[in-house]
Write a protein that binds this ligand. Structure first.
Ligand SMILES: Nc1ncnc2c1ncn2[C@@H]1O[C@H](COP(=O)(O)OP(=O)(O)OP(=O)(O)O)[C@@H](O)[C@H]1O
Ligand SMILES: Cc1ncc(CO)c(N)n1
Ligand SMILES: [Mg+2]
Length: 523
């Protein structure tokens, strides 16, 4: 059997596939690409849908050639519809003749004819590696590819595979002869026998191994065994672990990884995704899907909508003041919210990272349960780690466009601006609001230029973004700030007026009242 080239020929230069291929210039970037040749799972936990999610999560482009369509959910497989081999062939040709595919990954290959067209396409369009997940039976027990495929798998597909990733049942079926695999020792022996059938590497997966507290996969490279252990996670959400593991291996290979590293990363990826998803509820059956992006639990509506009116009474904490008055950040935040603060910023310039993170996590909880947004000053790392609603940066902190790329589209980003130019830039860079000041002289910030009410007015006029005034503002002068009467001036941000005080709650209430009254006057 002729080899497909596979990863034996690495590093390979990219082949010019067809005459019509777009010419790439130096400024254009080649991205790692996988094609999955597999079945569709309507419940989207396994199959093509899982493969695309994994590759996307791993930063690899994934094309899809569909071999079969299944009606499937968390209860099992209700029905299977095979695509004609000619149509699978058409899809393969469309993808392989055009995209710069690095790695082919196979899942459900339901008939010998479909395996045959795959092999033909691969000999016509060689790729760097072939990952074969020999899908046969779904976890719910439904046959996805019957025994009719066994001979072509053994004789033609396995010999050209770079790696095969059977679970214990699939390994037994491929070996035939009534082999039983119930222990790690039997997995090792199966891996060795399967290696003799021709694949360069074998990974026998132990997710379904009975009576094991660890989830053990056995990897064999023809010479050495590696046992990959991870604690078995107790969860119903394991539907699609096999597809995920194989696709992640394919994605890592496409990025240039060697086989053992790819397998290790893939195992860790499955492990983290299962761990993260162990308590999510999708569907009512026994086999739930999991979350490849580790994002589903974090989404709450509050985070995705910034309301500029939230800038009305903006409380900014200060570690020195809290120390002086002997109160924790958490207590300061609680009192500010109770007194009417509509948004909170933690500005803890001197805090130790570990301690600050713990306090920030507690504050996020308090703020979220009160429906108030919490922002972190300057520290993007802390904001990410505690899942805050956003970050406020100054002109010498990390640039807003970079903060945006790190935090993603949903988070709130505020930026301090003293000038029209800075206000224009904030808009261009994707900020959500501007903090403008110092409006009045203040002790909170050393060497800070005071821009006065006139400066504030100029920034407001130049800004397409909502503005919150900051610097030396308190109960005595808040009204004069709001009286500049610019429609995008949404409120005031205060530090000392709340936190350099005996009672934060009382001061917050008073300031809130003053702001309400000045708003009423203007209406
Ligand atoms: N409960 C679990 N905890 C931790 N890891 C697991 C668990 N179940 C499966 N795995 C891991 O997931 C990967 C896939 O293994 P598994 O044996 O479940 O494949 P499979 O049966 O082909 O999957 P599928 O359910 O998609 O058909 C392996 O790395 C395995 O160790
Ligand atoms: C379409 C499809 N492919 C693979 C599997 C194996 O998890 C499945 N359940 N469904
Ligand atoms: Mg399984």
């Amino acid at each position: 059997m002729q080899s497909l080239g596979g990863i034996r020929s690495w590093p390979a230069t990219y082949r010019a596939t067809t005459a019509s291929m777009t010419t790439t210039t130096e400024s254009m970037r080649k991205v790692a690409q996988v094609v999955t040749v597999a079945g569709s799972d309507s419940g989207a936990g396994a199959g093509i849908q899982a493969d695309i999610k994994v590759c996307s999560a791993r930063g690899v482009y994934c094309a899809s050639v569909i071999t079969a369509v299944t009606a499937q959910n968390t209860h099992g497989v209700q029905s299977v519809h095979l695509l004609p081999p000619e149509f699978v062939s058409e899809q393969l040709k469309s993808v392989l003749s055009d995209l710069q595919i690095d790695v082919v990954k196979t899942g459900m290959l339901p008939s010998p004819e479909i395996v045959d067209v795959l092999l033909q396409s691969l000999s016509e369009y060689p790729v760097r590696a072939l990952v074969v997940d020999p899908v046969m039976v779904s976890t719910s027990g439904h046959v996805l590819a019957g025994s009719s495929i066994l001979s072509i798998f053994r004789e033609r597909l396995l010999p050209v595979a770079d790696i095969i990733t059977p679970n214990v049942k699939e390994a037994a079926a491929l070996l035939g002869g009534g082999v039983r695999i119930q222990t790690v020792a039997q997995m090792r022996s199966a891996a060795k026998s399967l290696h003799d059938m021709g694949p360069r590497f074998v990974l026998v997966k132990g997710g379904d191994l009975p009576d094991s507290s660890d989830s053990v996969d056995v990897y064999f490279d023809g010479k050495e065994f590696h046992e990959l252990h991870s604690p078995r996670i107790t969860t119903r959400n394991t539907h699609g672990t096999g597809c995920t593991l194989a696709s992640c291996i394919a994605a890592e290979l496409a990025k240039g990884s060697n086989m053992l590293s790819a397998v290790k990363v893939a195992k860790r990826f499955v492990d983290s995704a299962l761990n993260y998803s162990k308590d999510i509820v999708i569907g009512s059956g026994m086999q739930g899907p999991f979350d490849h992006f580790l994002r589903l639990k974090k989404k709450d509506l509050r985070q995705s909508t910034f309301n500029p009116d939230d800038l009305f009474l903006y409380a900014v904490t200060d570690s020195r003041m809290n120390k002086k008055w002997n109160r924790s950040i958490v207590d300061a935040v609680k009192a500010a919210i109770e007194g009417g603060a509509t948004i909170i910023q933690l500005r803890e310039k001197e805090a130790e990272t570990r301690e600050f993170l713990e306090e920030a996590k507690s504050c996020v909880e308090i703020c979220r349960s009160n429906g108030v947004c919490l922002l972190i000053n300057d520290r993007v790392d802390i904001a990410l780690a505690c899942d805050a609603d956003g970050v406020h940066v100054g002109q010498s902190d990390m640039p807003v466009d970079l903060v945006r790329s790190l935090l993603g589209p949903d988070k709130i980003i505020g930026v301090s601006c003293k000038t029209e130019e800075q206000a224009h830039q904030a808009w261009k860079d994707g900020a959500d609001y501007i903090g403008s000041g110092g409006v009045f002289p203040t002790n909170t910030k050393a060497n800070n230029r005071t821009i006065g009410l006139d400066g504030l007015k100029e920034v407001c006029k130049a800004s397409k973004l909502p503005v919150v005034a900051i610097g030396g503002i308190g109960i005595s002068n808040a009204e004069s700030v709001m009286r500049i009467d610019e429609p995008n001036l949404k409120g005031v941000a205060v530090v000392s007026a709340l936190f350099d005080q005996q009672c934060v709650l009382t001061q917050a209430k008073k300031l809130h009242k003053t702001l309400r009254e000045s708003k009423r006057e203007q209406q």
